[in-house]
Design a protein around this ligand. Structure first.
Ligand code: GAP
Length: 594
């Protein structure tokens, strides 16, 4: 398909067959909000479940569910109040707002306009002679401003408790760290996952569910001790990946690097083994849920592109209509978040790490003489004592002088060194408090759904008729199986079809029962929504050699076999889990000519 066609066909199919559509359309709709219809809700929920299974259950991680609204101090600490901005340019003529970096990228060769400063973006807009996409007015001379993407609200009546809708699910994990670490028995490394809604007041939502104002993230915050916890790459070292490192993006003749996870980590292309580990399992997961690996890459962020909390980041990107879409980010967040919450919050965001052997250390200590400090400093005495302790830890040599100078709440205070009772003591320590570092795989579920639909959309011809179908993976398809009684006027045939449908539903399969229209029409309806298998109950299944048998047809190839009803559940379990292929089923059963 040519560029643009894939998205257009997908959006049309999505609306017509109930995958997704703009929400509140009866009231004119509002940009950036989408409703998932029955097919889309089922597909999305299956993708979320597949993610949970791989990243929470199989990895042995802890899953939580935190509120989507959090008070302002959380986002002061996290840096989102100050640093979570996009570049906005407003049209002086029609007043419409646009994302400056997107306008530049859409109208030039530049792929990383996000890294420009607002001033440089304004200059670029003028140089390129860009006009307002809404009314066509010249945008040259318009200033480019930073626009904070968080939705603000008030918690409770009045405006005394401002809050924000979380812009990432991650903060719900970080703020609960003091409690969660107890459940993890204070034992690093451990991972915490959350699947839930995030909200961003995007300047220009676009490409249907690709850039919305309310979306679903599946995030894993993996807490490690950077000095001790090493990633075990044995399970992923041979995974072949297509990498686009920052250095290659910046080079004139830069190119992709085709390598394995093991080699990329050894060669320092992926600078952190934990990031390598998560890229490896993510690539395998994307493949199992149906992302086309010929349209998939990992791209490293350029320095100016990284979020305020990130020291290295790789995006998983999928190609749709010639554009690369970021579907997940893998970020090394270091101790940024936990340190900030430790500084701003009222709890302990560290973990006590026991040494293998107790250590003998020399430690500078003070025992401030409160009988002297009390009368001299009154209510400030405790703060002065604390400042003495801090100074002893930070700069013990300062106590060589007769007086020490302290900073107490911004005020410079000088005290006699004697009042500190400074000493260097030899202590035996069993361990130390450390602030864990965080490695974060953060998946966008909506963009994954979009990619799966785009990569699964196929057209061909069957019996001289054009057909469009979704070759969705059986592991995530909204409906697992269609059940069709061939005719309704033969004794026992409808009963057998009912029994088959009931048995499959009881075994946990999503079943569509369809007894209307020609069998070809029924197949086409299911093909179009990606149902991987359809079972037809015909006369041959009622008596003679074929008693209690049915046919099962595979969506993409249209091939069919006849198999006993008793084998159905077992066969479908294997097909859905990917432990058996339809070729295996063809080998083991009587093939039926379509
Ligand atoms: N906690 C890290 C974080 O939020 P991010 O790269 O800003 O990182 C992670 O977001 C993922 O969330 C993205 O890779 C993308 O798939 C998805 N995402 C971000 N903004 C989105 C939006 N406006 N609409 C849909 N998905 C979005």
């Amino acid at each position: 398909m040519s560029e643009g066609d894939e998205s257009a066909a997908l959006t049309e199919l999505a609306k017509r067959r109930g995958f997704f559509f703009g929400s509140s359309e009866a009231y004119g709709g509002v940009g950036g909000f989408y409703t998932y219809g029955p097919q889309g809700a089922a597909l999305k929920s299956n993708v979320e479940e597949a993610w949970r299974e791989r990243f929470a259950v199989q990895e042995g991680n802890l899953e939580i569910e935190a509120p989507t609204i959090m008070p302002e101090p959380v986002f002061e600490a996290s840096g989102h109040l100050d640093g979570f901005d996009d570049m906005l340019v407003e049209c002086a003529e029609c007043g419409e707002s646009h994302r400056a970096d997107h306008l530049i990228e859409d109208n030039s060769e530049l792929e990383d306009a996000e890294t420009l400063s607002p001033e440089a973006a304004a200059e670029k807009i003028a140089d390129l002679g860009l006009v307002c996409p809404t009314c066509g007015a010249d945008l040259a001379g318009q200033s480019v401003e930073d626009f904070n993407l968080m939705f603000e609200t008030n918690i409770g009546p009045g405006s005394s408790t401002p809050g924000y809708l979380r812009p990432e699910t991650a903060q719900g994990i970080f703020v609960e760290f003091p409690r969660i670490k107890e459940y993890a028995r204070n034992s690093l490394p451990f991972g915490v996952t959350q699947v839930g809604r995030a909200y961003r007041n995007e300047i220009s939502p676009r490409k249907s569910i690709v850039r919305t104002r309310e979306f679903t993230q599946a995030e894993l915050e993996h807490f490690i001790d950077p000095e001790r916890d090493e990633a075990d790459l044995s399970a992923v070292e041979d995974v072949e990946v297509l990498l686009y490192p920052a250095t290659e993006q910046e080079a004139d003749d830069g190119d992709y690097v085709e390598t394995t996870i093991g080699e990329a980590v050894d060669d320092g292309i992926i600078g952190n083994a934990w990031l390598g580990y998560f890229l490896g399992i993510a690539q395998e997961w994307y493949e199992t849920v149906g992302v086309d690996m010929d349209r998939f890459r990992f791209r490293q962020h350029l320095a100016g592109e990284r979020a305020h909390y990130s020291s290295d980041c790789w995006d998983a990107e999928s190609e749709v209509d010639g554009d690369w879409i970021e579907i997940a980010g893998f970020s090394y967040r270091s101790d940024y978040d936990l340190s900030k919450h430790g500084e701003y919050g009222d709890d302990d965001f560290t973990v006590f790490q026991q040494y293998d052997e107790p250590k003998t250390v020399e430690r500078a200590v003070v025992d401030p003489d409160m009988a002297t400090l009390g009368p001299e400093f009154g209510a400030q005495a405790a703060d002065v004592a604390e400042a003495l302790e801090t100074l002893a830890e930070r700069d013990p040599d300062a106590f060589d002088a007769d007086e020490v100078t302290l900073d107490v709440d911004g005020e410079e205070i000088t005290v006699d060194t004697d009042v500190a009772n400074f000493a260097v003591e030899t202590q035996t320590e069993a361990g130390e408090h450390i602030t864990p570092h965080v490695v974060e795989p953060s998946f966008g579920i909506d963009r994954t759904v979009y990619t799966l639909l785009a990569h699964a959309y196929e057209t061909d011809e069957v019996d001289g008729e054009a057909r469009s179908y979704l070759s969705l993976s059986p592991s995530v398809a909204p409906t697992n199986v269609g059940v069709f009684p061939l005719v309704s006027n033969v004794d026992g045939l409808v009963d057998l079809a009912d029994d088959v449908a009931e048995e499959l539903r009881a075994a946990g399969f999503a079943v569509v029962y369809d007894d209307s229209g020609s069998i070809g029409r029924r197949y086409r309806r299911q093909d179009e929504v990606g149902t991987p298998f359809c079972i037809t109950i015909d006369r041959d299944g009622l008596e003679g050699d074929g008693a209690d048998t049915v046919t099962i047809r595979e969506r993409d190839s249209g091939k069919q076999v006849r198999l006993p009803v008793d084998d159905l559940v077992g066969t479908l379990v294997g097909l859905r889990a990917g432990t058996a292929s339809f070729d295996d089923v063809l080998d083991d059963n009587e093939v039926v000519e379509a």
